[in-house]
Ligand binder design. Structure first.
Ligand SMILES: NC(=O)c1ccc[n+]([C@@H]2O[C@H](COP(=O)([O-])OP(=O)(O)OC[C@H]3O[C@@H](n4cnc5c(N)ncnc54)[C@H](O)[C@@H]3O)[C@@H](O)[C@H]2O)c1
Length: 261
């Protein structure tokens, strides 16, 4: 029988207070892992942690801004000092600006790249320092459907998410000799705090309303449904498991088929 059992495995998950991060945390927890949950809004993890603990999951939280390299190093080294290793790093922290290109500022680029791309790099490098000598590890980066195609309303975000794909491949090549798998997931539409403002901006740009835009976005999805945070969590669990032992440098679309349209 095929099963995934992360008992004895330590996961570090960033952006754990967000919509998708919470779903990923629940699925890693359901697979038996010990969770180190990080977010720069630690209070956003309170309810999640309560529920995970009630379900018997071993959880530690970390207030962490992924743009702060020293803080990232401190959290990563602290986990290894306390628990001996990080088996799985899942980079989910992210931010966005929804606006047309001619309104997108250099500050938008700086802010978004600092979190989505450079912050991810900081977490990966700090963790790889421990995974490389251990000769084992799994890294899962949350990219986006916007990693595959540019668009007219998330310019800096899409650029950062294209960068995530490149970073994923480069780190996969770097770490392959050390038995470390590095992959990405490209979620489609997940109804999180990040997604609703996107619909509002699209509605404004198209002289429309949020519900019309929601229906339009869904009409592009062959399965005609949104993705859940757990859908993304399931993909993260799979890519972190031995079932995916020969998969590296890849990006898995979890988008109901959106990328085909
Ligand atoms: N919602 C979607 O439809 C969708 C689609 C594709 C990809 N994604 C990606 O999924 C990931 C999670 O997004 P979400 O939809 O859950 O959004 P969200 O806004 O609910 O969650 C993002 C989380 O990242 C945290 N965060 C932001 N900046 C941080 C920083 N500097 N340091 C630490 N934590 C920080 C936030 O506090 C928040 O909890 C993001 O990388 C996003 O780009 C989302």
């Amino acid at each position: 029988m095929i099963s995934i059992d992360f008992s004895g495995k330590n996961v570090l998950l960033t952006g754990a207070g967000g919509g998708i991060g919470q779903g990923i945390a629940r699925q890693y927890g359901a697979a038996g892992a010990k969770l180190h949950l990080a977010d720069f809004r630690p209070e956003a993890m309170d309810d999640l942690v309560k529920k995970l603990k009630a379900a018997g999951v071993d959880v530690v939280t970390h207030a962490l801004d992924v743009t702060d390299e020293a803080a990232v190093g401190k959290v990563v080294d602290g986990i290894v000092a306390a628990d001996g290793k990080i088996d799985i790093l899942c980079n989910c922290a992210g931010t966005i600006a929804n606006k047309p290109y001619m309104e997108t500022t250099s500050d938008d680029f700086d802010r978004i790249l600092a979190v989505n791309l450079v912050g991810m790099h900081k977490c990966i490098q700090a963790t790889l320092k421990h995974m490389i000598p251990a000769g084992a590890g799994k890294i899962v980066n949350i990219a986006s459907a916007s990693s595959r195609k540019g668009n007219t309303f998330q310019i800096a975000y899409s650029a950062s998410k294209f960068g995530v794909m490149s970073l994923t491949q480069s780190v996969a090549l770097t770490a392959a000799a050390n038995n470390i798998n590095v992959n990405a997931i490209c979620p489609g539409f997940v109804q999180s705090a990040m997604y609703v403002p996107t619909l509002e901006v699209l509605a404004k740009m198209n002289n429309s309303d949020v519900e019309t835009m929601r229906a339009f976005m869904l009409s592009r999805v062959p399965f005609n449904r949104d993705q859940t945070p757990e859908d993304i969590g399931n993909a993260a669990v799979f890519l972190s498991s031995d079932l995916a032992v020969n998969i590296t440098g890849q990006a898995l679309n979890v988008d109901g088929g959106l990328n085909m349209n």
